[in-house]
Design a binder for this molecule. Structure first.
Ligand code: TNX
Length: 492
């Protein structure tokens, strides 16, 4: 029988498991950069109850040299040293160290290892839809904690949809004044003040995560139509195959998609686009602004292409990199360098790959979010209480793990792949407990695919499920209410 792998997810690029005694955590001291010290102290306290005093034993430092976000971790009975090539790398080394802590008789210990680690992809994201159900700042913080612990470095916030507009803008006050109070199925809405948003961005940054904000358009804009009716088309209801029919002028609390659109031939629309993205650019330190572009079923292809050209140019003119769902790749006037987000299937069934290649053809790169593998809002099992099933039915952990980014879009070279993102749409997700129930453990699969080398002795489903099972006690100690999927041999 193969030895049980250490419970490391994502699995490191290189690891050398050594023989010999383990490092004893009780009585150990810590010498570290302040941010890394805080991160390790709270991780150790949560997992073991131990308090790490200043002193000898564990040394955490940043030392320039290696690739971005990389680190080296050496653990022996005599001491532990984690060296990051940058602050992010050190932070990831600390997460790996947290996963290595284990019970050893009546003490807490770290096994002797040497890890040399760096990410495969620069963009390792998760998304949270705060439009279908609003999620408050503490919930977003908790989501950031969870994602950052798995070396995820992007938080994509889906800030607007038919059901609500969730960010206060000084230039367009009616958006939150009239279009933020409601959510799906009569749930309470809400919005972020600019200070709330800044607080989220800062909290993400302190966890080495970049926020990618999205205002979805030209479709998914029924909420905009409540605030600024002059720039919106009437709902096109004959495209609705499922979900409640929207009523012009009334908040939408159903879950249908594709029926709304901004007026594409009206300059007032582009004044709106400029206002909202200019203000968003000011509030957002990261390089990407996402303008949506998905499921504009009521808009002709010509009109859609016209809108995409204009909106992407607005964002590029602001000095930001536009980002959009893959449909926008059909528009020949797309701003050069726009990043595309592929949400077709692992084995594509439609024009999605062609659209994704459209971004690369214009010098942009692609983030892969294949819906039947990484859509965290899909049910994990047929009988799961929460979640959707449109992406090939329930998505098992095994299916979430068993795909290779370079094999999804034919003709897209690996250097045109910016990374991987796992979105959580929230039609069925109202609370942090709901988030945990759908996100875990599948977020671990997305994180490993985004971080770890494509191949390796431990890059197998059998190893992965064992390692995920070994993380159960850590997740429990961090307050994550993950579902105990039968696919995983959970350690108790
Ligand atoms: C499709 S994926 C959507 C969303 C829904 C999601 C539910 C994408 C770009 N659009 O509007 O919330 O499915 O899974």
């Amino acid at each position: 029988m193969a030895p049980v792998p250490l419970p490391l997810v994502p699995f490191p690029a290189h690891i050398d498991v050594r023989r010999g005694p383990a490092f004893d955590l009780s009585g150990a001291g810590l010498s570290a950069d302040p941010d890394a010290a805080t991160a390790l102290r709270s991780l150790v306290a949560a997992r073991t109850g131990l308090d790490l005093p200043d002193g000898d034993g564990i040394v955490l430092t940043v030392q320039d040299g290696g690739p971005a976000e990389s680190y080296v971790l050496e653990a022996a009975a005599t001491g532990i040293r984690v060296t990051g090539a940058d602050a992010a790398g050190l932070h990831y080394g600390v997460q790996t160290l947290g996963q290595l802590i284990r019970r050893d008789g009546d003490r807490w210990a770290v096994p002797p290892v040497r890890v040399e680690d760096a990410p495969r992809f620069a963009y390792r994201g998760v998304m949270l839809d705060v439009a279908r159900h609003f999620h408050d700042v503490p919930t977003v913080r908790a989501y950031i904690d969870r994602a950052a612990s798995l070396k995820v470095n992007v938080l994509h916030l889906h800030l607007s949809d038919d059901q609500g507009w969730r960010l206060e803008l000084r230039s367009r006050p009616e958006l939150t004044a009239t279009a933020s109070a409601t959510a799906v199925d009569g749930a309470e809405g809400g919005f972020y003040t600019q200070d709330d948003y800044r607080a989220i961005v800062a909290y993400a940054a302190s966890h080495h995560m970049t926020v990618v904000p999205e205002f979805d358009m030209p479709g998914h804009t029924h909420a905009v139509s409540l605030a600024y009716p002059g720039i919106a088309e009437a709902p096109v209801t004959d495209v609705i195959t499922e979900g409640a029919i929207p009523v012009e002028g009334e908040p939408y609390t159903g879950t249908a998609v594709g029926f709304s659109s901004l007026r594409v031939h009206d300059e007032a629309t582009y004044a709106f686009v400029r206002d909202v993205f200019a203000e968003l650019a000011e509030l957002t330190p990261g390089p990407w602004l996402h303008f949506g572009g998905d499921e504009s079923h009521g808009t002709t292809p010509e009109d859609f292409a016209r809108f995409v050209s204009r909106a992407s140019a607005v964002i590029a003119d602001l000095g930001k990199t536009p980002m959009a769902w893959h449909e926008a790749g059909a528009a020949t006037g797309l701003a050069p360098g726009t990043v595309g987000q592929y949400w077709g299937f692992v084995t594509p069934v439609d024009a999605a790959p062609q659209h994704a290649r459209g971004f690369a053809d214009r010098g942009g790169r692609v983030v892969l979010s294949p819906a039947d593998a990484v859509y965290l809002d899909m049910k994990p099992t047929d009988d799961a209480p929460l979640g959707l099933t449109w992406a090939n039915g329930a998505t098992s952990l095994e299916r979430a793990y068993s795909w290779e980014p370079a094999d999804v879009v034919d003709g897209l070279p690996e250097d045109a792949i910016l990374g991987v993102e796992a979105p959580l749409w929230t039609e069925t997700v109202a609370t942090l407990a709901d988030i945990d129930a759908l996100v875990f453990p599948r977020i671990a699969a997305a994180a490993e695919i985004a971080w770890s080398p494509a191949t390796g002795a431990e890059r197998t489903w059998e190893s992965f499920r064992t390692r995920v099972g070994g993380l159960g006690p850590l997740w429990t100690s961090l307050g994550v209410r993950f579902p105990a999927l039968a696919e995983v041999p959970w350690t108790t």
